[in-house]
Design a protein around this ligand. Structure first.
Ligand SMILES: NC(=O)C1=CN([C@@H]2O[C@H](COP(=O)(O)OP(=O)(O)OC[C@H]3O[C@@H](n4cnc5c(N)ncnc54)[C@H](OP(=O)(O)O)[C@@H]3O)[C@@H](O)[C@H]2O)[C@@H](O)CC1
Ligand SMILES: [K+]
Length: 490
């Protein structure tokens, strides 16, 4: 798992580390890591034009010191100083010694320089930034966005809130962010994610001084650990039986997608109960199907309830029946609309509850998610005593105790009808397999994203493509190739 940290956590680790290292050593470590990423991105350094955007703090100092290293290798480096009287003195001296040039950041020549550079290094603001970018800085960020240079942010793209990823106005559009010590939460969520581009982590020795993370990003290896394959002793019941209540006679699609996703994630047994029974039976003969109520379906280890089932009295009574069990329940779509009107249905449940809202569904519980998506998910999770999976470009999962996960996989092509039904089926299968609820939700989002990436390799995807690619996604996450049946292990 990759721990995600806030600026305050970095500050608390920085103090003891600074006390234990010679003056300037940390900044030199940061600058060395930063310069080496820039060298890799540039390929050939000699003669290349590098523009440094330099603010008044240590973030600007990092840019100046890295710029000095690039100038030492023959790059034509120019620092654009936003407040020339307050630029980092040691960094400035190092750049000048290495042959770099300096201009003021408020003229047209600065914007021209940025637009003509091969690489623009953003050292305007790091974790000390507050509020939106001021005018001159915003103009330079816009010039970088319009130019053709490779854009690299130092520690955090300027204008991004390092804790939340929120942007107030304009922010620097980085293709790459070289971040120091730890990955900041704001680099992987909300608008921060799209502004940060590829994140490169440079170790500066903060590790031993850091408090434990409360937010995480899962890797394939983490997810694989929860997807152990069946053993010789397993049968169709022992892998976890999922119950699905989704879709309707008129719109069976949600039931078909959700059931298929559960089957393909963990092909033990899926029981379906609801009015889309005929459609589900036709699509998935492997499922055990009833058009009765959940209680008629037989024993299950988890329930998925809601997609496409409507919001009438019958749907409300089915939701209440499922929530009255002590099993893990995933509540999605129409069931979220019903639950928002009666949140006490989930407060105090014995079994775990996972809610999977998109933004509009989330808002039905009282407040819009806003720009702090991790904070919003945590608050709703704590209020209801549930796990909340807030869908988005980077899906966020929060547990009632504040533990959060930010999903790293996916593709914008996932924003299409029915993909949420697939996610519900995947997470339902992982709940039935016995994963703790927050981990099931986070691992499910990861697998869903991986499946989306596979399905989108050749362009637009449909939700059904996600279901088809799930076994391959599970295999990829577990690091398996695709051996043919009968292949020996040798
Ligand atoms: N953590 C570590 O161990 C290490 C950290 N390191 C580096 O230090 C960075 C943190 O440096 P930092 O504390 O000097 O803050 P930083 O982000 O440069 O900005 C503060 C300055 O910006 C200004 N300012 C504020 N808001 C503004 C706005 N909206 N628009 C415009 N200006 C604004 C504010 O000035 P003022 O508000 O007074 O005008 C203040 O002077 C960190 O991100 C990393 O790069 C590395 O060297 C290695 C070790
Ligand atoms: K920056």
């Amino acid at each position: 798992m990759i721990g995600l940290h806030t600026a305050a956590e970095v500050r608390s680790a920085e103090e003891p580390l600074l006390a234990a290292t010679p003056p300037g050593a940390l900044m030199q470590r940061a600058a060395a890591g930063l310069a080496s990423v820039c060298v890799r991105l540039l390929g050939r350094v000699y003669g290349r034009r590098v523009a440094l955007l330099v603010g008044t703090g240590n973030n600007g100092g990092d840019a100046l010191l890295a710029g000095a290293r690039l100038a030492g290798r023959g790059a034509r480096v120019t620092a654009v100083l936003l407040d020339p009287g307050r630029a980092h003195p040691d960094g400035l001296a190092a750049l000048r010694r290495a042959g770099g040039r300096v201009v003021a950041g408020n003229g047209r020549s600065a914007a021209t320089l940025v637009s003509r550079a091969d690489l623009v290094l953003d050292g305007i603001l790091g974790i000390g930034g507050r509020g939106g970018l001021r005018r001159d800085a915003a103009d330079l960020a816009a010039a970088a966005a319009d130019g053709t240079a490779v854009t690299v942010a130092v520690d955090v793209p300027s204008g991004i809130d390092a804790d939340t990823g929120a942007v107030d106005g304009v922010a620097f559009p980085a293709m790459h962010t070289v971040t120091f010590g730890v990955v900041k939460v704001g680099l992987v969520v909300g608008e921060g994610r799209s502004h940060a581009g590829t994140v490169h982590l440079v170790d500066i020795g903060l590790g031993p001084h850091l408090p434990s993370a409360t937010a995480f990003q899962l890797t394939d290896a983490d997810v694989a650990a929860g997807l152990s394959p069946p053993s010789g002793d397993d049968d169709k019941y022992s892998q976890g039986v999922v119950g699905v209540v989704a879709g309707s006679a008129t719109y069976p699609g949600a039931g078909v997608l959700c059931t298929g996703a559960a089957l393909r994630t963990r092909p033990g047994l899926v029981r379906y109960a609801g009015t889309a029974a005929d459609g589900v039976r036709a699509a998935w003969p492997e499922a055990v199907v009833t058009d009765g109520r959940p209680a008629d379906a037989g024993r299950v280890q988890s329930w998925v309830v809601g997609p496409g089932m409507g919001t009438g009295d019958d749907a409300r009574s089915v939701l209440a029946e499922v929530l009255a069990t002590d099993l893990p329940v995933l509540v999605d779509a129409d069931a979220l609309t019903l639950l928002a009107a009666e949140p006490d249905l989930v407060r105090g449940r014995e079994g775990a509850t996972v809610l999977t809202p998109h933004d509009r569904e989330f808002a039905r519980f009282g407040t819009e998610p806003g720009q702090d998506r991790v904070g919003a998910a945590r608050r709703l999770a704590a209020d209801l005593g549930c796990v909340v999976l807030l869908k988005g470009e980077a899906t966020v999962v929060a547990d009632a105790d504040g533990t959060a996960f930010v999903n790293a996989t996916g593709t914008p092509w996932l924003a299409t009808a029915g993909t949420g039904d697939v996610l519900s089926g995947i997470v339902g299968a992982l709940l039935a397999a016995g994963l703790p609820a927050a981990e099931a939700a986070a691992a499910g989002a990861h697998l869903h994203g991986r499946s989306g990436q596979l399905a989108a390799q050749h362009g637009p995807l449909l939700a059904g493509d996600l279901v088809r690619r799930l076994p391959e996604a599970v295999g990829r996450v577990r690091g398996l190739g695709a051996p043919r049946l009968g292949d020996s292990a040798a």
